[in-house]
Design a protein around this ligand. Structure first.
Ligand code: FPP
Length: 254
């Protein structure tokens, strides 16, 4: 396990989840799973091989999160901007849920995982939607880890739609502008029933948010690592949680 690649970290090697049990476990962890393409290119493989390997990693990190007692794991799997990619690559990513869910659903059901999707259905091909909706249906009554895929998701679109809803309600006279506060706005976001992420992990060395949960990340702790998503192991995940446990969250206070 490489320690020098973790930025801002306390460089502590965490070999087992038990080492984390004395600290606070974040309730909601969000991940920007970046670097699949570069991981593949570095190995002389087509970019889509990186996405396939990234898909395999989803399972490993989901199980690690569940075992730590994390309540919600949100994974940024496809953004509203990712449609700009070559059609072959988009088609491949749209095929991943079709492969992933039938393969993993039994174990996810058995682990009481509740699958959700945050994003828009428009534009997503029917076979992809069917795979996702089946998985959501199969796990609808599960009460364990919420595995939330941000799929065809973009934060500016989400915030613009929330704003449009408010404008409509004001125009129709059902909302007084004086009633508009943070709660009124947040309840119109797609994540209205989820707590904000406590920790955001971004792999691949990019230091940006990329239109992901811009409102919800207001006080989220950020963790960046140079590692590409397919090479980000459970051990690296534990390191991120350890780093989170060293942070003092002040929310603007003292
Ligand atoms: C970003 O890396 C990754 C994506 C756009 C796709 C992520 C999808 C998965 C990891 C699989 C999701 C699984 C399911 C079941 C939906 P990149 O391609 O931008 O990497 P690069 O920056 O190196 O090019």
């Amino acid at each position: 396990m490489s320690l020098k690649k973790t930025w801002f970290g306390r460089k502590k090697r965490i070999d087992s989840p038990e080492q984390l049990m004395h600290g606070q476990i974040p309730q909601h962890v969000a991940v920007i799973m970046d670097g699949n393409g570069r991981w593949a290119s570095k190995r002389g493989l087509p970019r889509v091989a990186g996405h396939h390997s990234g898909m395999k990693n989803v399972k490993k990190i989901t199980i690690a999160a569940d075992e730590l007692g994390i309540k919600i794991l949100t994974l940024y799997a496809f953004s509203t901007e990712n449609w700009k990619r070559p059609k072959d690559e988009v088609d491949y990513i749209m095929g991943l849920p079709v492969e992933f869910f039938p393969l993993e659903i039994e174990e996810l059901v058995q682990k009481n995982v509740h699958i959700r999707m945050t994003g828009w259905k428009e534009g997503v091909p029917p076979h992809t939607l069917e795979a996702v909706e089946n998985a959501i249906e199969r796990t609808r009554h599960n009460t364990g880890l919420i595995l939330n895929f941000a799929f065809n998701y973009g934060s500016r679109k989400e915030m613009t739609e929330a704003l449009r809803g408010i404008a409509r309600d004001v125009k129709q006279g059902v909302l007084d502008p004086e009633q508009i506060d943070e709660q009124e706005y947040a309840k119109r976001l797609k994540t209205s029933d989820l707590p904000d992420p406590d920790l955001l992990i971004r792999t691949s060395g990019e230091l940006r948010i990329s239109n992901f949960m811009l409102w919800q990340l207001a006080y989220t702790e950020l963790f960046f690592t140079d590692l590409y998503w397919p090479e980000f192991t459970e051990g690296h995940f534990y390191e991120a949680i350890y780093e989170y446990q060293q942070r003092i969250r002040r929310y603007g206070g003292l």
